[in-house]
Structures are given as C-alpha cells and as structure tokens.
Unconditional design. Structure first.
Length: 281
C-alpha cells in the first residue's frame, strides 16, 4: 500500500503524529516516486534491503512489493505504530525501532550476505551516515539514497568542480557514485525548500587506493587539504608533508586540494611519512 497525500494525512491524523523538523522528516507521498526509487534500486526477491528512516512506510511498501526482504529502521517512537500498520501485509518486512547512529550493525546483519541500502535520508544525518556505512559496514555493497541535491552533488563530484571536497574523495575511495535522478519538493509532506537527488553508490571490490596506503593517514591529509582549500598544498599541508614528498609523489606543491583526484591523494599519502604524533582519523 503506497501512500498518497490523502491517505498519508489520514494515517498521521489517526495516529496523532506529524513530521518532526528536529528529525529532518519529509515523507514521500507519491506512489510513482517510491516505485521509481524501488525500480532504480534494482532489488527483488533475492535481495536484502536496509531502509533507514522508514517514516510512515510509503517507500517501505514499494520495496516490499519487489519481493525483497526489508529491514525498516525508524527512530521516532510516534511513527512506529503507523509504520507497522502500513507494512502489516508484507511478511518480509521487519521494523526496527532504533537510532541508526547507534546501531551495532554486526548484530543486525547477522550473516555474510550482501545488503542494499535504499533510503530517503534525513538531511541532517545523510553525509555522516553514508560515510560511516562505507567505512564500517562492508556487507553493504550498494546504496540508493535520496538526499538534498547539494549533498548528492558532493558525493559524486569530480576534481576541479565547486562541489568537490573531502566527502567526494572518500566516496571515490570506496565506491563509484552517480546521480540517477532528481525529485521535486512537491512529492513530500511537508514540502522541503530544495530539490532532492537520487544517488547510486556501488562499493568497489577493492578500495581505489592500494591497501598498503594507511587509510587514516590518507583521509587526514585530505581533510587538512580541503580545510584550507584556497591555499596551495605546500601551505595547507605544511605541518604534514615535506617538500621532498611532493616531489617523490610527482605532485606539484603549488596545486590546491581540489585539483587532486583520489589516486593522486593516495600517491601523496604513500610518499609522505606519517608525522609522529599525528592524530588518527
């Protein structure tokens, strides 16, 4: 049962709940949109799906209709009864009432099977959540996430573009990402003030940079470089990288952070000895 604006409003009223701005809640209430998301996610009976921020279950129902097994996670106490009502017809849906930022994934994903994340992510947690899944949950091999358009552009940005930053490098390290669609504010209640983007993130079989490169050191350099992105690297990384390391890596110290792709950052990390006492990521 995918929800329309009328059925969603009725559901919320019957349960005495409303979207909470503090949790970044904007519920999709357009059947065509949720079915489009399920189609783009390319999931079916053989797939295991994690939906984060299931809300009132509109996308949950569309995912369940594909035959996939769905773990629907929702933190809001007030929404759980409404969510369970919507997904009651679907035997392959399990509702988990939990804060996704505190979940022990090893206890929830109790086998070595691959998982797919499909979610309308609250804007306030989208970036740290995606980064954490890439860093810490290797059994999540694919994601299709709906995020604020500006956030999606950062996920997929390439060097020498305004959106390119430390987040872009981390995504490129772990995965291949692209925007596969846009979603207007009109399909949500309440309507957000910005467009949303659907971002496909497919984990690489191996990280883009050889495992011999210290990942924490790599990302420390990336953060430092983009922390002062207008400066040349010889200045932004002055406390971390010696001039000789730039030369060995074949990277100009006059370059700026936004000019280096993930492979160039990997080279720099491999040729720059880790500074003693430098904090780990």
């Amino acid at each position: 049962m995918t929800l329309t604006p009328a059925t969603a409003s009725d559901l919320l009223a019957r349960h005495g709940v409303a979207p909470r701005r503090s949790l970044g809640q904007n519920f999709v209430v357009d059947p065509n949109t949720v079915r489009r998301i399920a189609r783009l996610a390319d999931v079916g009976p053989k797939d295991r799906v994690i939906e984060i921020g299931a809300g009132i279950g509109s996308l949950t129902a569309a995912l369940a209709e594909t035959g996939a097994r769905v773990l629907a996670i929702e933190v809001d106490d007030g929404l759980i009864p409404a969510l369970k009502e919507v997904v009651a017809p679907y035997e392959r849906v399990r509702v988990l009432h939990a804060d996704v930022t505190e979940i022990d994934w090893s206890s929830q994903l109790d086998d070595d099977r691959r998982w797919v994340v499909v979610a309308n992510l609250p804007y306030n947690i989208a970036t740290p959540l995606v980064m954490g899944l890439l860093d810490e949950v290797p059994t999540v091999t694919r994601m299709l996430v709906m995020v604020q358009k500006e956030v999606g552009e950062r996920f997929v940005a390439i060097p020498r573009t305004p959106a390119y930053g430390a987040v872009s490098v981390k995504v490129a390290y772990w995965a291949e990402a692209k925007i596969v669609g846009l979603v207007p504010p009109t399909v949500f209640i309440p309507k957000p003030k910005v467009d949303s983007a659907l971002v496909s993130i497919v984990r690489r079989p191996k990280p883009a940079i050889p495992v011999s490169v210290d990942r924490d050191w790599l990302f420390q350099l990336v953060r430092a470089g983009f922390g002062q992105r207008r400066k040349m690297l010889r200045r932004s990384l002055a406390d971390l990288v010696k001039p000789a390391s730039f030369e060995r890596a074949g990277i100009s110290p006059e370059a700026r952070a936004e000019e280096l792709d993930v492979y160039a950052w990997g080279l720099l990390a491999s040729y720059a000895p880790r500074v003693t006492g430098a904090a780990r990521a």
